[in-house]
Ligand binder design. Structure first.
Ligand code: CTP
Length: 405
């Protein structure tokens, strides 16, 4: 799946000698699928674990080794690879390669290119726990960080030595998240703070049962990622969903509408924008039972009461504080889409509303695609075709960027 952020980028994937090198092929593949041109450079010790062919096969481009360092084009190769590169990612980064990078040693093709390159550096360490915690490695990592490099991981876990501890390389999907954060840092929302709500809420009937809805959180999480891709500070307030946190987002997990209201209230103090993508319950049980309701007690009747209207409180707060400047609402409708959405846009004082037809066969809840119509306070109606939730997020964040400009 292509990702806007990667269009026209060339990324150098440096692979050093660790058993985690096999995961670097997955990273190179993900970057290629995202739309980047990927130049892999393998160190001599990486060649003990993986081959150039592995990387050529997933990137569709030549992969480089130290043999190229002394080949026919050697005098220009390292400069050519470094010049115009968008980012260098070293994954896995062994203790040895980290030491070389920190001290500007240029004794193999990867470290020469890293020294010649002027673009950002991301390093994903992989080594045994003792090597990682050694003061030498810690100091080397500090040097790299001070110079602006981003250190992605490691995490604690099972290590090749059989030990458990910090030193395990983070997964390729997460490294990709760190790369996005780095590429996007000077984007159109740099220095902006954006709060996104996602997923549905659960309201207790008793300790076992809940009133829930079908929201998967996918659209909200895609919005959070799209905002991160443009350099925003993102707080992601999520109901119960099973989705990984986009790298760089501050995630706040909530269960009920009232918890979500409190989390939104706490997060919007200084925020520039709120994207209210969550499917918040409108009603909850007026008296949730403290103990499980047994079947033998007969069919219970549940009295409902309204939950707090989060957007209403946000608009009141904005009238007092001026934050958040831009509030975007979402409307899930089963009929009269544009009319209902327009009424919500006006009554809730929103800058933009994203409306979708929940009865549409090919989009909506839990799917990867969505078909939405955008209505803004100037009464412009933009009907979008069926597209991925990722692409919908790009369009919405585009509009947000313009509204905040
Ligand atoms: N919303 C909210 N607080 C609630 C319920 C909804 O802030 N208690 C927000 C949603 O996150 C969404 C917008 O209001 O951004 C519209 O939600 P929706 O459920 O479509 O509309 P309602 O206002 O609840 O109206 P209705 O259910 O009658 O369609």
């Amino acid at each position: 799946m292509t990702i806007n952020l990667f269009k026209g980028t060339r990324i150098i994937v440096g692979v050093s000698g660790s058993i985690a090198a096999y995961k670097a092929a997955d990273l190179a593949s993900r970057l290629t699928q995202a739309g980047a041109d990927v130049d892999a450079i393998l160190t001599e010790s990486a060649l003990k674990f993986v081959t150039p062919l592995t990387f050529q096969s997933v990137t569709g481009r030549r992969a480089y080794t130290d043999a190229d360092l002394w080949g026919a084009e050697a005098h220009v190769l390292h400069v050519g690879l470094a010049r115009g590169a968008s980012l260098v990612v070293v994954a896995p980064a062994t203790a040895n390669t980290i030491a070389r990078l920190a001290h500007g040693q240029a004794d193999n093709l990867l470290t020469i290119v890293a020294l010649a390159a002027e673009c950002p550096l991301v390093a994903a360490p992989a080594m045994d726990a003792g090597m990682f915690s050694h003061p030498a490695t810690q100091e080397n990592l500090e040097i790299l960080q001070r110079r602006g490099a981003r250190i992605a991981g490691p995490v604690s876990g099972h290590l090749a030595s059989g030990l458990e501890g910090p030193g395990r390389m983070i997964e390729p999907a997460e490294i990709l998240g760190f790369i996005r954060l780095t590429l996007g840092r000077n984007g159109g929302l740099a220095d902006r703070s954006v709060v996104v709500t996602a997923g549905g809420t659960h309201e207790a009937i008793d300790p076992v049962r809940v009133i829930a809805n079908r929201s998967s959180g996918k659209q909200g999480f895609a919005l959070a990622q799209a905002a991160l891709d443009r350099g925003a500070q993102v707080t992601l307030i999520s109901g119960p969903v099973s989705l990984p946190t986009p790298v760089g987002a501050v995630r706040v997990d909530v269960t009920t509408a009232s918890e979500m209201a409190a989390a939104v209230h706490a997060a919007i103090g200084e925020a520039d924008a709120l994207l209210m993508a969550a499917a918040v319950a409108d009603f909850r049980s007026a008296q949730a039972a403290g103990k499980k309701i047994h079947r033998s007690a007969g069919t219970p009747s549940i009295t409902l009461e309204p939950t707090e209207d989060i957007l209403e409180a946000v608009i009141e707060q904005r009238a007092r504080t001026g934050h958040p400047r831009v509030v975007v609402g979402f409307a899930a409708e089963s009929h009269d889409l544009v009319e209902s959405a327009r009424a919500k846009l006006r009554s809730k004082g929103l800058a933009l509303i994203v409306a979708n037809d929940i009865l549409s066969q090919d989009s909506g809840f839990a799917r990867d695609d969505n078909r939405v119509t955008l209505l803004d306070s100037d009464d412009t109606v933009q009907e979008l075709p069926l597209m991925s939730k990722t692409d919908v997020a790009e369009v919405v964040i585009d509009r947000l960027e313009r509204m905040l400009a």
